[in-house]
Design a protein. Sequence first.
Length: 92
Amino acid sequence: MIADYRAAPIDEKLRAVLAVLEKLTLEPETLSADDIRPVLSLGVTREALVDAFYVAFLFNTYDRLADTLGWELPDERYYPKAGKFLLERGYL
């Protein structure tokens, strides 16, 4: 899915949301209601789409901050531990 969400074996709702998020990220000035209507017609709720926008906004902000401020990634050994922690306890 990371390589190409368009060809990945995922639910069509998720594929549609990812397409909108891609456009929001790369061409926000061209995003319109015409991009949103097909996603909603697939059964994605407005609330779910708004949540996806919030997550994309935060990740885009973090990414730009990291690039601007030169943040470094932790050692690769960190990620399996962090992933296990999130799976067991969640983000809260």
